[in-house]
Design a protein around this ligand. Structure first.
Ligand SMILES: Cc1cc2nc3c(=O)[nH]c(=O)nc-3n(C[C@H](O)[C@H](O)[C@H](O)COP(=O)(O)OP(=O)(O)OC[C@H]3O[C@@H](n4cnc5c(N)ncnc54)[C@H](O)[C@@H]3O)c2cc1C
Length: 404
C-alpha cells in the first residue's frame, strides 16, 4: 500500500496540510503530523507544504504487476444444495463477452460435494474450463476453505478478471479473496466492459446513485467485480460445447475452518419479485395504502406480483422484500408496469433491465417515461380500474391504452 510520509525534521507544524486536506485525512498529534485512514493520497498536502516535508511513498507492489501474465475471465460458480445458482449463468454471459473482446478464455471455479453433473451443465454454456473441487467438506460454503481454495487456484491460473455474484455468499467471499490477493474489488457493478489493454471498466452507482462511477484497477491483477442477480442477461446454451472439466485435488490444509455446519434449513419466500415474470409496481403516486389493493388486484389478473418504490417501504405500507431499486431488489421481468412512479435513478437502477416497461403517470415529464417502452399520461385511479375491468371482461386492455 502506498502511503504519505512526513519528514518530522523538516516539518515546522504549520498546519497547512491539515487545512488543505479535503478528506480530514491529516492531523497534528503532539509534535508530529500523522495521516489517518481517511487520507486518499490526493497529494494536495504535498503541494501545500512550505518546507517540502511531505512525500508519497509508493509501495513496491505498485506498478510491479506484470499484466501480461494474467489472462482470461474466471467465474465463481455459486452452488447451493448442489445446484449452481442462476446468477452464475449471467456472469458467464458477461464473461464470454469480455473474454471474446480480448481473445481469451472463460473458466469457472466450482466447489461442492457430488456436483459433477453441475460442472457438465456449466460446459453447455460455452465456457472453456471448469475447475471442479469435489469434496464432502465443500458441500456448504464455509468461508475460510472456499477463500483458501479459490485463492490457491487464482495464484495458479492467474486470471485477468474474476466475476462473482453479489449474493450473500459472493459478498462474503469476494472481499476475502481480494484482500489475500492484494487487489481491487468493485461491488455491485451494473455494467462491465474491457479496454483493449485488458483493464476492466467497472460501472456502479456512487454518491447515493446520483453518479455512475467508472472504476478501473490499472495497477493490480486480477481485477475483481461482483454483480447482482438479474442485472445482466444470462448466457444461452451453445450448440457444441467444447470445454473440459479439470478435477482439482483438494489440499486438506486448505480445508481448515472454525465453522461447523450443523444443518441447512431453506428460508421460504412466499413470492419473490426477483424471479417474477410480471411486476406491477406502486409508487408514491398511489397516495394512500389502499391504492396497493387496487394494484394487487391488477397484478393478480395479469399473473404478476406487486413491487414498490422505497417511499412505500419507509411509510410502512409495504415490505422491504418488495422494494425495487438500488437499495432494494434488482428485477428483470418480461413486463414491468410502473404506476405512480417518478423514475428516480435509484429506482430505475433496479428495473431498467425489464423486457417491456409500461408507465402510468400524471406528469408527462416524469423521468420514468425516458426508460418506458410504453407510457400513459393519466391518473392511475382512472387507468387501473379501467384496465382491471377490461381484463375481467376478457376483453383486450388495448381499448384503455387507446383511450389514454
Ligand atoms: C441511497 C438511496 C437509495 C435509494 N434506493 C431506492 C430504491 O432502491 N428504490 C426506490 O424506489 N427508491 C430508492 N431511493 C429513493 C429515490 O431517490 C426516490 O425518492 C424514490 O424512488 C421515489 O419514489 P416514487 O417514484 O414512488 O415517488 P415520487 O418521486 O414522489 O413520484 C411519485 C410519482 O407519482 C406521480 N403521480 C402522483 N399521483 C399520481 C396519480 N394519481 N396517478 C399517476 N401518477 C401519479 C407523480 O407525477 C410522480 O411522478 C433511494 C434513495 C437514496 C438516496
Amino acid at each position: 500500500m502506498s502511503r504519505m510520509r512526513v519528514d518530522q525534521e523538516l516539518c515546522i507544524l504549520c498546519g497547512q496540510c491539515v487545512e488543505v486536506c479535503p478528506f480530514l485525512g491529516v492531523e497534528i498529534r503532539g509534535q508530529s503530523v500523522e495521516f489517518t485512514d481517511s487520507c486518499r493520497l490526493c497529494r494536495v498536502c504535498i503541494k501545500a507544504c512550505p518546507t517540502s516535508a511531505i512525500w508519497l511513498e509508493k509501495s513496491e507492489a505498485v506498478g510491479d504487476v506484470d499484466k501480461a501474465q494474467y489472462k482470461g475471465v474466471l467465474i465463481f460458480a455459486e452452488q447451493r444444495q448442489g445446484q449452481v445458482q442462476p446468477v452464475t449463468y449471467e456472469l458467464i454471459g458477461k464473461g464470454l463477452e469480455l473474454a471474446g473482446h480480448l481473445g481469451e478464455q472463460v473458466t469457472v471455479f466450482l466447489a461442492g460435494s457430488s456436483i459433477q453433473s453441475q460442472a457438465e451443465r456449466l460446459l453447455e454454456y460455452g465456457v472453456d474450463r471448469v475447475y471442479l473441487y469435489n469434496h464432502q467438506a465443500l458441500e456448504y460454503c464455509r468461508i475460510e476453505p472456499y477463500t483458501s481454495i479459490m485463492v490457491d487456484l487464482v495464484r495458479k491460473i492467474k486470471p485477468n478478471i474474476i466475476l462473482m455474484g453479489a449474493t450473500p455468499v459472493g459478498r462474503s467471499l469476494a472481499p476475502r479473496v481480494a484482500a489475500r490477493l492484494r487487489t481491487g474489488l468493485t461491488a455491485d457493478c451494473t455494467s462491465l466492459s474491457v479496454k483493449d489493454n485488458g483493464d476492466l471498466v467497472q460501472t456502479r452507482p456512487a454518491f447515493g446513485g446520483n453518479v455512475m462511477a467508472q472504476i478501473v484497477t490499472p495497477r493490480h491483477r486480477p481485477q475483481m467485480a461482483t454483480v447482482r442477480y438479474k442485472v445482466m442477461p444470462a448466457a444461452a446454451k451453445v450448440a457444441r460445447p467444447h470445454g473440459e472439466i479439470i478435477h482439482c485435488p483438494v489440499d486438506e490444509k486448505l480445508l481448515q475452518s472454525g465453522i461447523k455446519v450443523l444443518g441447512f434449513e431453506p428460508h421460504h419466500v412466499a413470492s419473490s419479485i426477483t424471479d417474477a415474470e410480471i411486476i406491477v409496481a406502486a409508487g408514491r403516486g398511489i397516495g394512500k395504502p389502499e391504492g396497493l389493493e387496487l394494484l394487487e388486484e391488477l397484478a393478480g389478473l395479469v399473473g404478476g406480483v406487486l413491487g414498490v418504490t422505497r417511499p412505500l417501504v419507509e411509510q410502512g405500507w409495504a415490505s422491504y422484500t418488495q422494494q425495487v431499486g438500488m437499495s432494494g431488489r434488482t428485477v428483470r421481468p418480461r413486463l414491468y408496469i410502473a404506476c405512480g412512479i417518478s423514475g428516480a435513478v435509484q429506482h430505475v437502477a433496479g428495473m431498467r433491465g425489464s423486457d417491456v416497461i409500461f408507465a402510468i403517470n400524471t406528469d408527462s415529464d416524469a423521468p420514468i417515461f425516458d426508460v418506458a417502452h410504453y407510457g400513459l399520461v393519466g391518473d392511475l385511479y382512472e387507468v387501473v380500474p379501467a384496465l382491471i375491468q377490461a381484463l375481467r371482461e376478457g376483453g383486450s386492455p388495448d381499448a384503455v391504452f387507446q383511450a389514454g
